[in-house]
Design a binder for this molecule. Structure first.
Ligand code: GLN
Length: 459
């Protein structure tokens, strides 16, 4: 298996992988064979997996898609990496992504854009673009991704694969290079919900090395996420938010999503009209909170402690300045500037505190329809993104156009809820007919097993 995928990776020109090492992979494959021969295999033993380059890995470079970490090798494995490899999964390599996971098209990687395997003139989505492209092009059967504001769901949608962002705190952030700590969450991406369930069962769980990891008392208990896959969907109430079907949603995405909803009705579900009135505010709130946290997290890249250091500096201040100016790409620098600004004394209340209040209102929108005795629906469905994948280069110089395309994924992240994307057909017309459309399924806290069940019944 490992050889099969390594050969496919070598023959591919999608730029999905940043680091491949045949020898390291084959050594792990030999260990997996020995474990299988010894009779103590896990269901995932011997199955290859590749990791988004946000997860640090011992023995493999961990760049976060940044020049700042170009040759960085971590002395330890991220918890997610450690847990998956403890099952005997075989590491195929590190996957390209937007720099520090900031982006929606993978064009912000310092190592070049990734191409969408369905149409190589299209973006794969981001920031987990290498992860999604690798699954879609069959370069790996399983990958990891991270989602801060949609980075698992949106590339899954653009590449026609399945991905789930768990409830915030389910999956350890230890060893995940931090972007926005109150939003970052790792998760699996694969061809099917069934595969994602197996992977998530191995990835999730309380980790004392991550202070935001959910403790067993808070619900961070081990779960078999495959346990409900075969339950029928009779009586399932699906909330359909009117704000997810308004202006800005392209006709072809809408028709694929509506066709998927009809399919769920045939499977026994009922559709309920709901409203999530603060949806539009998710963009300004997220694009203050995420940069604020990023500006703080990225202060550690100072040319001393990790990776890259500029040459030809006069003194310490000059070394910091040159290292950060040369090491960070334009989008990362933009976010550090915005984040520093909104955290400034004098602007903090007007911007950052206001954004946190909006975050609460957004979480309340979801709670009103999903929680408690007055809940009107069991899950929420809608599009993942307003359009199919756009052309490479077409929005590369327009950060705001990229931000606006995150409208349907940011709220879930701000609320900390689980969400997933499953393939729901293709766009329309000469150009879009080969570009996939994803259906988004959002659930209440800890509803991952239900989301995976619903996705599995559809698939
Ligand atoms: N597109 C969003 C951003 O650029 C989300 C990225 C993510 O989830 N990592 O911040």
């Amino acid at each position: 298996l490992a050889t099969h995928y390594l050969d496919r990776i070598e023959a591919s020109d999608l730029n999905a992988f940043l680091h491949v090492d045949r020898q390291l992979t084959l050594a792990q494959a030999a260990d997996a064979d020995a474990r299988i021969a010894a009779g103590n295999a896990h269901a995932l033993t011997g199955v290859p997996v590749a990791h988004k380059d946000i997860f640090v890995t011992r023995g493999w470079r961990s760049t976060a898609g940044s020049k700042m970490l170009v040759d960085y090798v971590s002395p330890f494995d991220a918890t997610v990496v450690e847990k998956l490899h403890a099952t005997g999964m075989v590491h195929l390599g590190k996957l390209n992504c937007d720099e520090f996971a900031m982006g929606s098209s993978n064009e912000n990687s310092a190592f070049g854009a990734v191409k969408n395997p369905w149409d190589t003139s299209a973006v794969p989505g981001g920031s987990s673009g290498g992860s999604a492209a690798a699954i879609a092009a069959r370069l790996a059967p399983a990958v990891t991704g991270t989602d801060t504001g949609g980075s698992i769901r949106q590339p899954a949608s653009f590449c026609g694969i399945t991905g789930i962002k768990p409830t915030y705190g389910r999956v350890s952030r230890f060893g995940m290079i931090a972007f926005a700590s109150s939003l970052d969450q790792g998760g699996p991406m694969a061809q099917t919900a069934e595969d994602c369930a197996l992977l998530l069962s191995a990835m999730a769980g309380y980790d004392e090395r991550d202070s935001t990891s959910l403790t067993p008392e808070q619900g961070g208990v081990h779960e078999d996420f495959s346990r409900n896959l075969n339950e029928p969907l009779d009586g399932l109430r699906i909330g359909v938010p009117k704000e997810y079907f308004g202006e800005g949603l392209s006709a072809d995405v809408e028709s694929a999503v509506r066709a998927a909803l009809d399919q769920f009705v045939k499977l026994g579900a009922t559709l309920v009209d709901i409203s999530l009135p603060n949806t539009a505010l998710s963009i300004p709130a997220y694009y203050m909170i995420a940069p604020a946290e990023a500006s703080s997290n990225l202060s550690r890249f100072d040319g001393v402690r990790y990776g890259f250091r500029a040459e030809g500096y006069k003194d310490l201040q000059d070394m910091y300045r040159k290292t950060r100016a040369q090491g960070f790409g334009p989008e990362v620098q933009r976010r550090i500037m915005v984040g520093t600004y909104v955290l400034c004394h004098g602007y903090y209340d007007a911007y950052y505190v206001k954004a946190q209040k909006i975050r609460r209102l957004i979480a309340d929108d979801f709670a009103k329809v999903l929680s408690g005795p007055d809940a009107v629906c069991d899950v929420i469905m809608g599009p993942v993104a307003p359009t199919v994948a756009w052309d490479l280069g077409s929005k590369a110089d327009d950060p705001v156009a990229n931000y606006l395309a995150d409208i349907f994924t940011l709220s879930t992240s701000l609320a900390g809820l689980p969400g997933m994307s499953i393939p729901a057909g293709f766009g329309q017309g000469d150009k879009n007919a080969s570009r996939p459309v994803g259906l988004q399924i959002i659930g209440n806290y800890f509803a991952e097993a239900k989301l995976l069940n619903i996705a599995h019944q559809f698939q």
